[in-house]
Every structure is written in C-alpha cells, then in structure tokens.
Design a protein around this ligand. Structure first.
Ligand code: SF4
Length: 574
C-alpha cells in the first residue's frame, strides 16, 4: 500500500472552458487548485505536488520528466464551449493521450473532459466520451477522485461529487499551487467558484449536468481568496457560477445581503486586489426579481473593478428557437435586463452614478463599472434563416436605445452527451456555416465597432495593459479581467511588462492606443500620429518643435493635450 506521505504527484492543466468556468491562461481554474488541496488533505506533502500547464510542457521538453516519474499523474482539462485564446492553447486530445503514454505511474484524468471530446477543440462538433488511454477517469469530481485514490493506496475510487465542506478545505489548502503557474504572480487571475449547477435546463448546456445550484458560503469563498492573496494573487474573477445574482439565495431569487458579505469580505481580506470581476448573470433573475436584482447589482458595482462584464445568455432572440430549446428570456426581457444593468452599474469611476449609463464627451475617461455582455449561440434546434435576423435586430435595438454592452459573443454550439442537444448534434451548425460567417462579420462591423466607440471612447485610460505579443510592428496586450479588450500599441515594446494606455481608435473587438500619458518630448512619430486630431503632418511638426518645457508649448488642441499628453522636461526626475 502506498503511503500518501511518500507519493509524488504531477498535475497537468490542459485548461478548461465551460459555460460557467474558465481556465485558459491568464486564468487558473479551480480544478488544479482543488485537486492539489485534495491531495494535501489526503496526506501528500505540498512539496511533492508538481503543477504544469500544457503550454509549459510544450515549451520545455525537460518538464516531461515530472510527467514520467510521478507516482501519480493527474490530467485536468476539457472544453465544453469552443473558443480562441490568446493566453494559451488548450491541450488537444492527442497531447492528452501522449501524457498517459509517457507516465510511468498511475494515471487519472478528470474535469469537463469527462463530458466528452471532439476530434479537435472547435465548435460545431459532435463529441463522445473517450478515456484517452488513462487508467482512471473521474466520472464524478476529479478532486474527489484524487483524494480517494490517494487514500486508497492508488488502487481505485468510487465516482462521487465533493461536498461543500470539502470545497472549503480543498480550495484553501490548494492555493499553494498557483505559485507554480508560469504566469504567477503578476499576470494570473484566479477563477473563483461561488456555486455550480443550474436551476434551468437549456438544451445545449452542460451546467445542469452538475445538478441544481449548490452555493458555497460567502465565508468559504472569502477564506479561499485570502489564501490565494497570501500566495501573491491580486486578480480574481467570480466566474464559476451560472448566475452571480442568485448567490446565497434559494437558487433563483437574489439575496443582496449575501452578495454584500461576499464582495465586502473579499475586499477586506484582499485590500490591494487589482481585479475583481465576475462572469455570468442570468437575465431571467433580473426580469423576475427586478428590485432585489437592482440592489444586488448596486452592491457588485460598489465593490468590483472597472470594465466588469455580466455575461447574459440570451442565446437566441428567435422565439421559435427559444421555445424549442427551453431558453429562459425573450429578446424583450433581455433588453429590459440590459437596461437595468446600464442604469444601475453603467457609471464610470469619478462620474455621476445617477446619470448612468454614461458615455460621450462629458463622461470620465474610464471604462464603466459593470456592463452586460450578450451570448448568442447558433446551431440550436429550430434554427432557421430568420433566426439570424432576429438576433441582429435585437443587437441593433440595444445600440439604438443608447445602451451599452461590453461585448457580444457569437458562437456555434457543441453537442454534448447528456444534454438535449445531443439528439440534434452539430448538424444544424454545420448546415448553417455559410450563413454564420457573413452574419458574424455584420455584427462586428455594424454593432461591435460603434458599441466599442461608445464604451471606450478615444482618451479612455486602460490601466495595466499586459504586453503579450508583437505583430506587424505593433505590440498587443490586454488588461487582466473578464473579456478584456485587445489593445494594439504602435512599435515593438518589451513583452511581459505592463503599461497604462489611452485609447485612440477602434476595431471590431479591439482598440488601438498609446502609452498614457505620452511624453511629448519622447513619443515616437507613430505614437503621435495615432492620436485623434494629430495628423501625419502635425506629428512631424511636433517632433521638430522639441524640446517642450510645458504642455502649453505643445501646439495641439488643449482637449487632446489633456487627454493624451504630458511633458517631462529632460534632465528632471519623474
Ligand atoms: S441558464 Fe441555461 S445556459 Fe445558463 S447555466 Fe443554466 S442551463 Fe446553462
């Protein structure tokens, strides 16, 4: 019998993307953290738990030694929604298989991968269960399986789900593992679970496979945040839940007091946190319980950090599709929920809260506190050519009413066993592929671009943009947070550093910007040219006119100067 105290365990994170749980870098999901905590709880010393992301293994082949030599290899991962990612590339099924082949010890696989895998990580795919050559596959919770397997001397375990007391312990005990993440500490955001499961049963969604919602207590989440904070994490997202508004309630109705305990408690244990965002708010909660929802949203907007997004699963604005797939809100109801979030939380730091939603010339140049995001899914049962029109019209109405949404997410369905969509499969999505592409482009051009101009007008300051890659002579980066904007900056700057950026122009889902404030004595020609109101010729004149002793000497419109420029006199300290 293996003594847990002697075991070495390697956890490999192939990343997860589920309807209500995200774990592609810069995010770290709950799976590796809870699994590490469960191992420690079962008696494995912290020092004998090694954690690698799949990207870290790709980058350095020598790390595979940890896979090979561990007494126990645990793979966690699985994509149940399709996506493209900047921060990391999820493990492909062949790579997951290779891990099992390389490992000399016992192998265990778990996480959403248990719901099935497609041939590759993409939308419009049928999926099926596959054990990918692992000895053990956790059909319940991988953290519970890891715990029980270790306790049973690596001989086996009964599939089960973990209970809330275990989450309390394992979440807090597993926080240490974040220190082994390649992005730790600065560019890492911890996905926090407040509940899982869902009270509803939308046809395509894997979340109901976790059953009815099981809420953690505010105290338990706060304790885990405290542990992660002590381990250096400064960015948090409350993303592992179907509906943040339902937190601490009966599963449907909001409980603003519980939200106050949660958010207030987090701010207390993590006073210098830099990001506190959320994901997933159910518009049906706002429609059914408008007053309590307003109160709950107010609490969130008082505590979160700007640029927060409440993703709404409208999924389809077509009544036929809604009916066929048990979708929860009509387009009209979703529009009302968009209004509510705009009115209560669409204010900007330093601005008038009562005037929300605020945009235009007078609004402070910061991102709004909290805005809705809209999720649309295609390929659902009953989809027809008119579906595309219904969806587009809905988005147009949002725009025309002077409301804001932070982003529109349009995707094609993945069909998983155990969901109703398994019957329909990916056939409709495949049939409609031709229509999907131009429709998506139309949304990008006619909705996303004008909306982005409203949400982040020129001069909007985005603090702490992390610089991630170079392309075409530009540097691209993002802030940490929920659905961060992709920001392009002229010139090739040092990657891995952070920069405050002022927005200068807008793409469909990305913006261009310049470092903020831009030193008129030092800025490159390309940077000066990027500023609205400074043309090519003027930028050249500004360079020729250097050095400047003060901003007043710089020959540009004072509003432009104030929004973008500063003057550092050469030879003086900052
Ligand atoms: S409301 Fe529907 S889409 Fe959202 S988590 Fe529940 S079942 Fe899934």
């Amino acid at each position: 019998m293996n003594d847990p105290a002697d075991l070495s365990v390697t956890i490999v994170d192939g990343y997860v993307d589920e309807p209500a749980h995200f774990g592609v870098p810069p995010y770290i999901s709950t799976y590796p953290r809870y699994t590490a905590g469960a191992l420690v709880d079962a008696g494995v010393p912290e020092s004998q738990v090694t954690y690698h992301t799949i990207d870290a293994l790709r980058e350095d082949r020598s790390r595979w030694r940890d896979v090979e030599e561990a007494d126990l290899l645990i793979y966690v991962g699985g994509m149940t929604v399709p996506g493209k990612y900047v921060g990391g590339t999820p493990a492909e099924p062949d790579e997951v298989r290779e891990l099992a082949w390389v490992a000399d010890g016992t192998t265990l696989m778990g996480g959403p991968v248990r719901f099935g895998v497609g041939e590759e990580n993409a939308g419009a795919q049928d999926t099926e269960r596959d054990d990918l050559d692992y000895e053990f596959v956790a059909k319940g919770d991988v953290e519970a399986a890891a715990h029980d397997l270790v306790r049973n001397g690596l001989e086996g375990f009964g599939d089960r789900v973990r209970d809330n007391e275990e989450v309390d312990r394992w979440g807090a005990k597993g926080a240490f593992v974040v220190e082994q993440h390649p992005n730790h500490p600065d560019y890492l955001i911890a996905e926090m679970e407040t509940s899982r499961g869902c009270a509803y049963r939308c046809s395509f969604c894997t979340e109901p496979l976790y059953g009815n919602p099981a809420f953690r207590t505010a105290e338990s989440v706060v304790r885990e945040v405290g542990q992660l904070y002590d381990r250096g994490v400064r960015h948090f997202r409350l993303g592992r839940q179907a509906d943040i508004l339902a937190f601490g309630g009966d599963g449907e109705a909001p409980n603003p007091d519980a939200l106050r305990d949660l958010y207030g408690g987090i701010r207390e244990v993590a006073p210098d946190l830099e990001t506190l965002h959320l994901d997933n708010m159910n518009p049906v909660t706002i429609v059914e319980y408008p007053e309590r929802s307003r109160e709950g949203i107010r609490v969130i907007a008082e505590h979160d950090t700007p640029g927060d997004t409440a993703a709404f699963g409208l999924e389809s604005a077509d009544p036929v599709v809604q009916e066929r797939n048990d979708l929860l809100v009509t387009a009209e109801e979703c529009l009302e929920a968009v209004r509510v979030v705009n009115e209560v939380a669409g204010w900007r730091p330093g601005g008038d809260r009562e005037a929300a939603p605020t945009f235009g010339d007078e609004a402070p140049r910061r991102l709004p506190k909290l805005l809705p995001g809209i999720n649309l899914v295609h390929g659902l049962a009953g989809e027809r050519p008119e579906t595309y029109e219904h969806n587009f019209e809905f988005l147009q109405r949002v725009l025309e009413e002077g409301l804001m949404v932070r982003r529109v997410n349009v995707r094609q369905v993945m069909a998983f066993e155990g969901t109703e969509m398994a019957e329909t499969g990916a056939d409709i999505a495949k049939e409609h592929r031709k229509q999907f592409k131009p429709y998506k482009r139309r949304i990008r051009e006619e909705i996303d671009n004008p909306m982005l101009k409203r949400v982040a007008p020129p001069g909007t300051v985005l603090p702490d943009v992390h610089l991630e890659y170079h392309r075409g002579g530009k540097t691209f980066g993002r802030q940490l947070g929920t659905y961060p904007l992709l920001v392009g900056i002229p010139g090739e700057r040092e990657l891995g550093s952070t920069l405050d950026v002022a927005v200068t122009d807008h793409g469909y889902r990305s913006v261009t910007g310049v470092p903020y404030p831009l030193d008129a004595n030092e800025a490159s020609l390309a940077e000066l040219r990027a500023i609205p109101g400074i043309g090519k010729g003027r930028a050249g004149d500004l360079v020729v006119g250097r050095p400047y002793g003060s901003l007043a000497e710089v020959d540009v419109d004072p509003t432009v100067a104030e929004r973008f420029l500063a003057v550092r006199v050469p030879g003086t300290a900052d």
